[in-house]
Structures are given as C-alpha cells and as structure tokens.
Design a protein around this ligand. Structure first.
Ligand code: ZN
Length: 193
C-alpha cells in the first residue's frame, strides 16, 4: 500500500509543491473514498490514456487525462466527490471526415454509494457514484469523459478540410464522393449506448 496509503501527511507535500512544477502525479486505479473523505483529500494528477481503454473506442486521446477530485464528508455523512476531468481528444469530423481535435473539461459532482438501496436514498438532485468497498477511479474517469465527448464531432463552420482524392491522380466522379459518408454513417451508428 506504499504509494497510496494516505496519511495526514498528504497535505504537506501537496501544499509544499512549488507553483511552477506542473502536476505530474499519476493517479492510482483503486482508491478508498471513505479514507480520502475523512482526510479531506484532493486527488490531483493525471491518468495515462492506456489506462482508459473505453475512451479509445470513441476517440483518440492526445494526452494524459487531467483529474482533480476533492473528497469531502457532507450531510448525513455522505461522501461527496467534486472536481473535474479534462483532456484533448481526436475525433472524426462528420462533415469532412478529417480529424478534429476536441478539448473536453467535464465537471464532476457525485455522492459515493455502496449499493442499490443507498443509491435510491440519494436525493434526486445528486448523482450517485456506486462503488465496491474500494472505488475504481479509472472507470469513473472513463465514464465522465465519455459523457463529455460530443456525439457528433464537427470542425467549426468553414474549417473543414477539402475532400481528399482517394486514388492518386485519378479524380473521382462527383457521386463517388458521396459514398464514404454513407459508409461512415454505417460505421458510426450509435451502438448500445
Ligand atoms: Zn470537418
């Protein structure tokens, strides 16, 4: 438990870090929300894209995902998790089929629950984060990023790339150009989600 056996000392290194140094902390996959909340800890750092495989099904991550999540004890001992996740992703523009870079910052505001019963008792205005004894931070980050990614990505108006000529030197007839879009529509039909 070396790396993340958080003690009260957690506050000291974080506060003492010089302003100039960018946060390079790689966050752990599994965290203990009770413990973090009791310590009033804030998880601040990044998660490598390869630890978030579900995102890669929809987008190409261009960087690590940045995360800042504060754990607190709130009303009736409820554990609140508040902060944001953010990152840069490459998607396919649905107009020109070229790549488009999208920056996403998703606010996070959740209460931790340990089972369905608890989940139901949470006031409607609060979003539950259902966890086992320990919580999978990477899954949460994947969920939040997937929520934030646009369903249909497009370049800003006027910034699309001109259509590419598929075979070198042989210009396609006009109607031939329509086809890739139809294929794309098939490929990008919303799946079960
Ligand atoms: Zn475009």
């Amino acid at each position: 438990m070396g790396l993340f056996s958080l003690t009260d000392q957690i506050h000291i290194p974080i506060m003492a870090r010089p302003e100039m140094t960018p946060a390079k902390t790689m966050l752990p996959k599994i965290v203990d929300p009770r413990r973090l909340a009791d310590q009033g800890a804030t998880l601040k750092g990044s998660v490598a894209a390869e630890n978030l495989p579900r995102i890669s099904q929809d987008a190409v991550p261009l960087s690590e995902v940045q995360v800042e999540l504060a754990f607190t004890r709130g009303d009736q001992g409820r554990i609140g998790v508040k902060g944001f996740v953010s990152g840069q992703f490459e998607l396919m523009c649905q107009r020109c089929m070229d790549t488009v870079v999208t920056e996403v910052t998703q606010p996070v505001d959740l209460v931790v629950v340990w089972n369905d019963d608890q989940s139901r008792s949470v006031p409607r205005e609060l979003d539950p984060w259902e966890v086992d004894e320990q919580a999978n931070l990477f899954e949460l980050i994947e969920d939040e990023i997937l929520l934030a990614l646009p369903l249909v990505a497009k370049h800003p108006v006027g910034q699309c790339q001109p259509p590419k000529i598929p075979e070198q030197g042989i210009p396609e007839p006009e109607e031939g150009r329509q086809k890739p879009f139809e294929i794309l529509k098939e490929l990008t039909k919303p799946s079960d989600k």
